[in-house]
Design a protein around this ligand. Structure first.
Ligand code: BDR
Ligand code: CA
Length: 312
């Protein structure tokens, strides 16, 4: 079983990533940390608690992280994820899973220093929390088995022509994490755009037949409506669970070694990931870069996970 902390900004696809991490038997979810990105960190934290409550994961601590990027002002994605950050189904009352009394930083330090084996950090938002952790506690780098990030792209971006949202929000953080020497896997848009929520995927969720599966359908339908309205997609890419799937079973997300650097200064390209897939630069590889998704295996994992959670 792989010990994991999920650092996220829920977010519709983060919500699905959380459910996968809670349910899949290959993952031991030790904690959830939140970061500003899709919405403010306050809203993302409530959403993470909401999702864990729906999943019945009452023992997973949820700790609030950075409320803004390292140096830039926060740019939220309410155009994609709505006013709450998780628009769609309406919920009443507070989620039952509480917010931890410690910060995300403290939770990460706690987990890394006390867990008996190195821990995988799956990051599905900006890398602000991870960069701060590595800057403050470089001694803990060895306690991190790997950082598996949904972010970047080997191709084009989704906020600007070359920048993907999680990288665009905090390019300096991504740059610092890549320079830290921690083992790093990048699941970028080039692979997450292979995880499209098509009608047959929605039909498979419908067949699960639980209230939780129904909520997932409502989230994915909301996400689909924004992708259609903003960019004309006929099916939206469910980015974040791809990073969790990579940890669960590396054969689902095929990676190659490559050098990745982050553009922090470009007039038109800040937040771009320059991925040297063809070894043009001679710079040594510093990351595993996801290039191909086994779609059938990916959706099977996700659908099985939601079914396994049953009626919570
Ligand atoms: C990433 O940006 C966010 O909107 C999503 O949650 C995902 O992590 C995709 O670019
Ligand atoms: Ca996210």
């Amino acid at each position: 079983v792989i010990p994991v902390v999920l650092d996220c900004d829920p977010g519709h696809d983060d919500a699905m990533a959380l459910l996968l991490a809670v349910a899949d038997p290959a993952v031991d979810l030790l904690g959830v940390t939140t970061v500003a990105g899709n919405q403010t960190v306050e809203k993302c934290t409530v959403n993470a608690r909401r999702v864990l409550s729906l999943a019945g994961a009452r023992d997973v601590p949820v700790a609030r992280g950075a409320d803004r990027p390292l140096v830039r002002p926060l740019r939220i994605a309410d155009d994609v994820h709505g006013e709450t950050g998780l628009d769609g189904p309406l919920f009443e009352g507070d989620p039952t899973v509480p917010e931890a009394t410690i910060t995300a930083h403290e939770l990460l330090v706690d987990v890394l220093t006390t867990h008996d084996a190195p821990v995988t950090i799956v990051a599905t938002g900006a890398l602000t929390n991870v960069a701060r952790l590595l800057a403050d506690r470089p001694d803990l780098t060895d306690r991190i088995d790997e950082v598996v990030w949904m972010g970047g792209s080997t191709e084009r971006g989704n906020v600007t022509p070359y920048a993907e949202a999680n990288c665009f929000v905090d390019p300096e953080a991504a740059d610092q994490v890549l320079r830290s020497g921690v083992r790093f896997t990048m699941c970028g848009l080039n692979v997450t755009h292979q995880a499209l929520v098509t009608d047959d995927v929605l039909a498979a969720f419908t067949r699960i037949g639980t209230p939780l599966a129904e909520i997932c359908i409502e989230w994915m339908t909301f996400f689909a409506s924004t992708y259609k309205r903003l960019w004309g997609f006929t099916a939206p890419p469910l980015h974040d669970p791809v990073a969790v799937a990579r940890v669960i079973d590396p054969t689902i997300v095929h990676c190659v070694e490559a050098n990745v650097v982050i553009e922090t200064k470009g007039d038109w390209t800040a937040g771009a990931t320059a991925v040297d897939l063809h070894h043009y630069t001679g710079r040594p590889p510093n990351a595993q870069v996801a290039v191909e998704l086994d779609r059938a295996a990916f959706w099977t994992k996700l659908i099985d996970a939601i079914a396994l959670l049953g009626d919570q």
